[in-house]
Design a protein around this ligand. Structure first.
Ligand SMILES: Nc1ncnc2c1ncn2[C@@H]1O[C@H](COP(=O)(O)OP(=O)(O)OP(=O)(O)O)[C@@H](O)[C@H]1O
Length: 238
């Protein structure tokens, strides 16, 4: 079995010369001009940048949720552009996990059911799904909250549940768009602690978009998106 430390040279996400232009009638916005970056197995990367710089657009493209105008994206060794829609969907489900600013948990299901869901849709036997989901909920400090529905959890607890749900399939990389943007400083730091702990334990890479330079500085590398391009920043606390 591959240990988290092994194979750290493997590239799990690569964006090469990615460009994105939005066109609506005569309006044209060149949001991404030439974006290139790579993420290695187990690496944590923060993407910062001004509002409107194109961070969410980039994450959507990398996650296969939006199309690019030019360039290419490779996930876990597969070039997205060479895949059919079904294959792309399959790759996304198998290799990527997503965490958003708002948890997107299903309100009518318990925390345990929410975390089991990504495994059940892949036909994992229910007992195995429950065991894996319970383990992760325990790891994010929700062992006593598994039977609670999202409405019965605090904001921080809901976000920790979303972290467990994103990691339950052991994806190669998690993409997070302001995953703690809705939390106060204390809860945001706690969720980052957990993500970094689980990153070390499971070996899943993280690419997180954040406005918070201090949280960004806790990642292995920080890249700034500006002028439609990526710029490496020295990683030091703000
Ligand atoms: N579907 C769309 N059609 C046209 N323009 C869009 C569309 N989606 C985003 N844009 C524009 O692309 C630019 C980048 O938007 P994006 O949401 O990627 O920025 P961001 O860096 O994530 O910003 P923020 O930090 O405020 O969330 C913005 O100017 C936005 O108005």
């Amino acid at each position: 079995m591959t240990t988290p430390q092994a194979d750290t040279h493997k590239i799990v996400v690569a964006a090469r010369h990615v460009a994105k232009t939005y066109k609506e009638g005569t309006l044209r916005a060149d949001v991404l001009e030439d974006v290139t970056f790579e993420v290695r197995r187990g690496e944590t990367l923060a993407i910062v940048g001004a509002s409107g710089a194109g961070k969410s657009t980039l994450l959507h493209i990398v996650g296969g949720l939006d199309t690019l105008t030019r360039g290419e994206v490779e996930i876990d060794g597969h070039l997205m552009s060479t895949l059919s829609d079904a294959q792309r969907g399959h790759l996304r489900n198998r290799s990527l996990g997503f965490i958003y600013q708002f948890h997107h948990l299903l309100p009518e299901f318990t925390a345990l059911e929410n975390v089991c869901m990504p495994l059940l849709v892949r036909d994992t036997p229910i007992d195995e799904a429950r065991e894996r989901a319970s383990y992760l909920l325990d790891r994010v400090g929700l062992a006593q909250r598994m039977e609670h529905k999202p409405g019965e959890l605090s904001g921080g607890e809901r976000q920790r549940c979303a972290v467990a749900r994103a990691l339950v399939t052991k994806p190669a990389c998690i993409l997070g768009d302001e995953p703690t943007g809705n939390l106060d400083e204390h809860n945001a730091a706690q969720v980052y602690d957990l993500m970094l702990e689980l990153n070390r334990e499971i070996g899943t890479s993280f690419v997180l978009v954040t406005h918070d330079r201090r949280l960004a500085a806790r990642m292995d590398r920080v890249l700034e998106l500006s002028g439609g391009r990526m710029h490496a920043l020295t990683n030091q606390a703000a």
